[in-house]
Design a protein around this ligand. Structure first.
Ligand code: ATP
Ligand code: MG
Length: 461
């Protein structure tokens, strides 16, 4: 059997209901002016529908062949196999669907932290559901909590409600961490008659979505649970990028530029910008690359010394002596080994990180005082401003496609899947495959080397 069949089999409704009969899709692909019948509840009867995605269409996961294990990035391939073909299911509308639109009650829930583009995805899911002919669409307020907390009632959604929501950041539905158990969530779904659930969130939310999918299967419920990965950090495995990341990198430029101007205008100015990235430094790396104004970029994946002859502080002194100013960009998860371990966790059980940005600011001030060199240190933390931004054009398009594909996936009868972009093609992944661990910057990758070339920083070990 091909690796494709073995690794990327995505759960389908027929796995538990082998006799489930599909019906012709109510989603018409042919672009045309709407006619009166479209609004009268009847399905368009054009015989020439075409352009649907076949269930066997697939996308190659890795399009590069490393000729040697010493090539940058090559260690991520299986050392026992020089060429692994891995395939992923192509996303998009199918000719046959497994839900009758008039029997669908769809719900959307957003969990975790904020990320630019949440509203764009909500909007597009609602619009696409309506195009399929779904009448009952609701939003679950404040994440999974909305399934259990008394006083939080579901929000009816329609094209009219969501028409302009993408013009502002945040989430129309609200977000939260923590909340009810999976079985309580599924009880609530049964009670409300929800048979399509769209879950927008990160690793934690997707672990929840997969558990909800399994619980629904255990109870033999005819339900589709489809995730849309929301991670501003771009830390989901196998995906080219996740929505919100582009916007975050773009918005980070403003903070970096401010830090640069502050540092440049002060005598011996040092600007420090803290960016998102708990486990993965993609935002810090890309923002450094894009801005061209960063001298030192510190990310969680690459260890470094602060003190000593090879440390960051010594390099800062060198920069002050030679350039007169310096700008640092640090990911929030960097340098955790320098901070006292806290056992604190948030409502979802995630470890609360120490604040390395504040730490390096204090250490820098202390260091320059000790060596008797004047330094004017300015610290900028734009993280919450970035999270709350509205999506930029590129993320807006990504959100639109992901939102549409989430609905296509649910109608095609898939459940326990998430949507993504892989080698520029849109695909469906089985949830467990993409959340087994966070995607991280490979310190041997070409991209990290490019970042080092751009900043000119040495190895700090
Ligand atoms: P972010 O990237 O913003 O952290 P996230 O989805 O990882 O997003 P979390 O706060 O970790 O955010 O989780 C969101 C929701 O998922 C919470 O309501 C939490 O209770 C639930 N959740 C987290 N992990 C699991 C799990 N393993 N099983 C079931 N539910 C989970
Ligand atoms: Mg998380």
């Amino acid at each position: 059997q091909r690796d494709f069949e073995r690794r990327f089999n995505i759960p389908h409704i027929t796995d538990i209901f082998p006799d489930a009969d599909p019906i012709p899709s109510t989603f018409c692909l042919k672009m045309r002016t709407p006619v009166m019948e479209d609004f009268a509840g009847g399905y368009p009867s054009d015989e020439e529908w075409h352009g649907y995605i076949n269930k066997n269409d697939r996308v190659l996961l890795k399009v590069i062949h490393y000729s040697s294990p010493t090539s940058a990035g090559a260690e991520c391939i299986d050392p026992n196999c020089t060429w692994v073909e891995q395939w992923v299911h192509r996303a998009g509308p199918r000719e046959k669907i497994y839900f009758k639109p008039e029997e669908v009650k769809a719900a959307i829930v957003t969990c975790g932290g904020l990320c630019p583009g949440l509203n764009d995805v909500i909007r597009q899911i609602v619009i696409t559901l309506e195009i399929y002919g779904v009448k009952k669409i609701v939003g679950i307020p404040f994440g999974y909590r909305g399934f259990s907390d008394e006083g939080l009632s579901e929000m009816p959604l329609s094209r009219k409600v969501v028409q302009n929501v993408h013009l502002s950041g945040g989430s129309l539905l609200g977000v939260s961490r923590g909340g009810p158990s999976v079985s309580d969530i599924v009880d609530s779904m049964e009670e409300r008659g929800i048979n399509m659930l769209f879950v927008l969130g990160g690793n934690g939310t997707h672990a929840g979505a997969n558990a909800i999918h399994n619980e629904c299967r255990g109870r033999r419920m005819r339900v589709a649970v489809v995730g849309v990965p929301k991670t501003i950090d771009n830390d989901i495995l196998m995906m080219d990028k996740t929505f919100g990341f582009d916007t975050a990198v773009e918005e980070a430029q403003r903070a970096i530029n401010s830090a640069y101007i502050e540092a440049h205008s002060a005598y011996h100015g040092i600007g420090i910008v803290k960016l998102m990235g708990r486990d993965s430094g993609f935002i810090a790396m890309h923002a450094s690359l894009a801005s061209g104004q960063i001298d030192i970029c510190l990310i969680p994946e690459v260890p470094f010394h602060l003190h000593g002859p090879l440390g960051v502080l010594r390099h800062l002194k060198f920069l002050i002596e030679t350039k007169g100013s310096a700008v640092l960009c640090v990911a929030e998860g960097a340098g955790q080994n320098f901070l006292g371990r806290t056992n604190a966790t948030d409502a979802s059980g995630n470890t609360v990180l120490g604040d390395f940005g504040v730490h390096i600011q204090q250490e820098t001030k202390k260091y320059f005082k000790e060596i008797g060199v004047h330094a004017d240190v300015k610290y900028i933390d734009p993280t919450y401003m970035i999270r709350a931004c509205r999506a930029n054009a590129s993320d807006g398009i990504l959100c639109t496609v992901l939102g549409q594909n989430a609905v296509h996936g649910a109608f095609a009868g898939y459940s326990g899947i998430t949507v993504g972009i892989c080698n520029t093609h849109y695909v469906y992944f089985p949830i467990p495959e993409v959340i087994s661990y966070p995607r991280a910057v490979d310190p041997n990758s070409r991209m990290w080397h490019r970042c080092l070339t751009s900043t000119g920083q040495p190895d700090f070990v």
